[in-house]
Structures are given as C-alpha cells and as structure tokens.
Write a protein that binds this ligand. Sequence first.
Ligand SMILES: O=C(O)CCCC[C@@H]1SC[C@@H]2NC(=O)N[C@@H]21
Ligand code: NA
Length: 601
Amino acid sequence: MTGGCYDERSARCASGPAPCYTLSMDPTGQKYFTIIDYVIFALLLVASMAIGLYYAFTGGRQSTTQEFMYADRSMKCLPLSLSLMATFQSAVAIIGTPAEVYANGTQYWFIGCCYILGLLIPAHIFIPMFYRLHLTSVYQYLELRFCKAVRICGTVTFIFQMVVYMGVGIYTPALALNAVTGFHLWGAVLATGLVCTLYTALGGLKAVVWTDVFQTVVMFTGQLAVIIVGVHQAGGLSDAWVKVRDGGRISGIDLNPDPTVRHTFWTLGVGGVFLMLSLYGVNQAQVQRYLSSRTEKEAVMSCYMVFPCLQVALMLSCLMGLVMFMVLYFVMDMLQNFPGLPGLFVACLFSASLSTISSAFNSLATVTMVDLIKPHYSMTEARATLLSKMLALSYGIICVAMAYVVHLMNSSVLQAALSIFGMVGGPLLGLFCLGIFFPCANSIGAVAGLAAGLVMAFWVGIGGFLSRMPSSVQVLPFNSTNTSENITVPAVIDAARPAGLNGLYSLSYMWYSALNSSTVVLIGLIISFMTGPTKGDDVASGTVYPVMRTAQSLLHKLVKPSACCTSPEHTVRWSYGFTVKCIVALGHFNVVKLLLADRWS
Ligand SMILES: O=C(O)CCCC[C@@H]1SC[C@@H]2NC(=O)N[C@@H]21
Ligand code: NA
C-alpha cells in the first residue's frame, strides 16, 4: 500500500466517497486475475445457468404463467426469505456499503434498526391483505381499490423504477471488475446480462428464487472469506480492532434530529423504515414472492426470516468496510497471494448483481404481462407464457442499455440506488398507503397524489443532486494518528446551507421515501375531499386495513377492562403506574445511550 490519492476511475469503482490507494500495479496499471479466479467466476455463471435450465425442463416446464410467474404458489419460506433478501442486496450494497462505512464511519450500520418495523408492517398489514385478495400482481390491488387508470399509473411507475435500478445493478460490478482486473467493462455487462436474462426467461420464478439462494451462499462466502483473511492480515482480531478504533471508524449513535444531516440514527432508523416499506411492502418483486408461498403463514414467516438474513448481510458489508480500507483494491492487493480468493470475491460481487437483476427481469415481465397486456388482449396460456419470456428477454436488453446511461451519470451508486428507491419507490408506497389506510380516498385523489409525490421526488431529488456539486477536498482521516498520508476523497460538500423552501434540497436522501410517500397521502386526501370522498361501504371489501378497529382491540388488550376505568381511583392508580413505567424505561434508554457513547468515543 502506498500513499493515498484521489483517482477518478477507481473512486468511480468505489461507488461512493471513498479513499483510494495507488497500489503497486504492473505497468499497464491493472491487476490480473490468475486462471483460478476466472474459473471461479465462470463457475458462478455456469451454475446459475444450470439451475435456470433445470427449472426450464422439469416440473411443468414453465408452460403456464402461474408456474412462470408464481412458481405454482408452491414455495417454502426458507428459499423465499433468502431470495427476498438477495433481491435488494446487489453489488451496490457489496461495494457501496463498505466504501460508505470506511469513508464515513459505522453510522450507516444503524440502518439495521429500520429492518424491525420495515419487516413487521409488511408481515402484518401488506402480506395478509395482498395474499387474501389472491392478486396476480400487486398493482391489481390499485384497480380493486381505485380504478384501472390508477393501476396503470402504478405499473408504469414501477417499471421506470426497476429499469433504472437494474441499470445500476448490472453496471456496478462490471465497472468494479474492469477497474481492478482490466476485464472488459461491456464484456462483463453483456456476460452478466445474457446469463441472467437466459435463466430468468427460461426458468421463471422458480429458477430466480433458487439461483438467488445459490448466489446468496456465494455472496456470504465471498464476504466472509475476505473478512477472515483481512483480519488475519491485520494481525488478528485485536489488532484489527485497535486499528479500526484508533482510525476513528467506529461512530457512536448520532441522535442529531437535523433532517439535513446525511446519516443519523433518525435518517437511517426512521427514514429507513419508509424505504423498507417501499421495498418489502409494496414492491412487485417482493410481493410476487409472498404470493408464490404455499400458505399465507409461509409468506409471513418468509418475511420474518428476512430479518436475520438482512442483519447478517449488513454486518458482513460493514465489517468489510472496517477491515479493508479500500474494498476492491485491497482485495486484489491483499489477496494476490491467495489465488482463487479474488475470483471468489468477484463471484460474490456478481452473485449479488445476478440475484438482483434476475428478480427485476422476472417482476417486470410479470407486471407488463398481467397489468398492461392481459387486461386488453385475451390469448391462450401458451402464448401468454411465451410472451412473458419474450418480455423477460427484452427487459434484459433494456437493462444493458440502462447500464450505459448509468455509465454516463457517474455518481455514487449506493446513494444513487437508495435515491431511486426514495424518489420512485416512495410515491408508490404513498399510493398504496392512501388506498389501504384511508377509505375516503378516491381515484382522482390517488392519481393526483401520485403525480404530486413524483413531482416532489424529482424536484427535491434532482435539486439536491445539483445543489451538491461534488468536489475533492483535502480530508484528514478520522482523528487517526497512525497514518501519515492525507487521504483525498471526493467529499460531497453542502453548498451554503439554503434556508426555507430550498432547505428541502439539503434534506438527507434517506428521508426521500418518507417525504414523497407523505406528499402522496396528503395531496391524495385533499383532492379526494375536494372531489367527493369515497363512502366507506363503496370500497371493495378487503382492500382497506381497519386501523381504528385494530387500534381499539390493541388498546383493549393493553388496558385490561377489569384493571382500570371501573372507578376513578383505579384509573388514577393505573395511569400513575403507566407513567412510572415510562420514566423507568426512558432512564434505561439514556443509560444505554451513555454507555454506547462512552464505549465508542
Ligand atoms: O444493494 C442494493 O442493490 C441497493 C442498496 C440496498 C437497498 C436497501 S438498503 C435497506 C435494505 N437492506 C438491504 O440490504 N438492501 C435494502
Ligand atoms: Na442481489
């Protein structure tokens, strides 16, 4: 490792503000794979293809849309939970999260707090409702609750979101591989796109779920192997811990309520809940997995089981950020003398990418078929299945084209991916919440609300992107005393903090989902009341969540009727006891907070 430097190309591959080190490279400036690395990488593609072909020629041979799209609704919760986790865990997380943790400390790790509510709400509100409605696509809910126009708006918005996201997902690992090994950028994009499109178009959802399971194993193995070797090279756990702590990489809990601060416990732990709801609650790729479960209980269980998988994935990514100073270069440099490990790490990268874009292809083909084509053209089952496969192929081509667009954009992919979810997934979440929690909302309100949410999303999202001109400034590493070189990172500096309305531009991107979904609900309700709110009994049964009834029954369970409200002194005594309990709990929380802050300061 020599002194740090800011290298446009490698910083791009680091996908985010991260320091880069010029390494002792051969004259062409590239690190070469050994043959064993290529073999491991090729094995990943071949194995994925084999699983796809297996499901193309066994079972029902993907001859019906029920099998192609919903695996004949026969899936069990274990493979489903791994597939659910893998779908939104792409190379962006594998590279971007370590780069984020190293460049900005472990504050990002608190995003794990949003997984609790981010999975409980889908498990107990969205899944039961969608499962009992026997939906063929999640956007069918919008037609049941509102009208066909709202369904089409939702479908088109989803298609836009996933096509852009796929572009990021396929481009990231190819760029990283190119920057580090000299592997031809577009060769990697085409190889990934081709293999993924083929096994998805041939094997349907069964193939996508089982390749996701296989790719998750490769992902975790690759990350674990690199962490173990990295810690070993750092001199063992204790030395690694000392280096990391003295390097100031461990950031305690940041309770700053300022919404413009990029990463705090609130932006990650609370803003992240809305992000999770838009992904694990109403995103077609995930809902399709819930609907392919054998029973509703299996679907809820698969959602619960995502929690430990996500926590492990987050822990591995964050540990990589701590153990390795620069994910990819460090991997290549450090592991050069461990032939096979660079190949395993790159296979881990591509496993993350393949398992994400295959889910995107399959869900895009499904909604295009179910929401946009089938309602207007009747056709035989065979033709519908063939058309679905053609759609999956065409989305593969679109995805490669999108990779080129992302190439031109050249921004931090982790923030880009999360911003896409916030800017487009947020309004979609708002649309579903408007329908599910507000019986008075009508179709005009829904369409107007969605439009308002998207306008808000792009205004704040693009405004925020433009107002933060990235520039490289001299940044000393976090109070580290043991490193001499200055690390130059492309810091994203906030221009003079704009006041008032423009303050929205400096809003943390982690609040986009919350801001945009609430905009849809707010505008949707206002327009609904202005154009004649829907009457309670006009709403299709099963499409509204009974908030009041649930709240009353919960309150009833909490407040045992015998314990209080039978007489004034009972009520006084109960409320006194309740208040004392709250104060004690608050005390505990503060003690924990002080301990955490002290330990990590
Ligand atoms: O990896 C990606 O493709 C996108 C970045 C991660 C997406 C979100 S972040 C919260 C949740 N946890 C994950 O591991 N993925 C999703
Ligand atoms: Na993935």
